[in-house]
Unconditional design. Sequence first.
Length: 138
Amino acid sequence: MQLFVPALEVSNPPTGWIRATRTALGMSLEQLGARLDMTKQGVMKLEAREVNGALTIKSLKEAARALDMQLVYGLVPNDGSLDALIERKALELAKKIVTRTSTTMKLEDQANSPERLNKAIQERAQSLKLEMPKILWD
């Protein structure tokens, strides 16, 4: 996953990758169409579907092959890594759980110090990361 992080810095060409690559190679619509076994109009529609986000992965792979390239795709966590994502979600859930318990204890006049609450959150988050319960993703 870390390998894809630099790809976040690359912006998609406004014309789409297929058209941008085709024109950079000096390939005509007819030439790409011949490689894809489709008409010039078919290639134009293919390129338009990519720009509109309506192109299938299968079609994008076929276009890449026809351009003598490979399609590479991946999912990159917003947090930078899967570990960081899991850490954030575990801390969020741990905070909810500990805060709910803390509120109950306050009502019973058994409040904890902020340091103790923070320690409880960290410990709960650690156990959640090990258990990886499905509730982590609710």
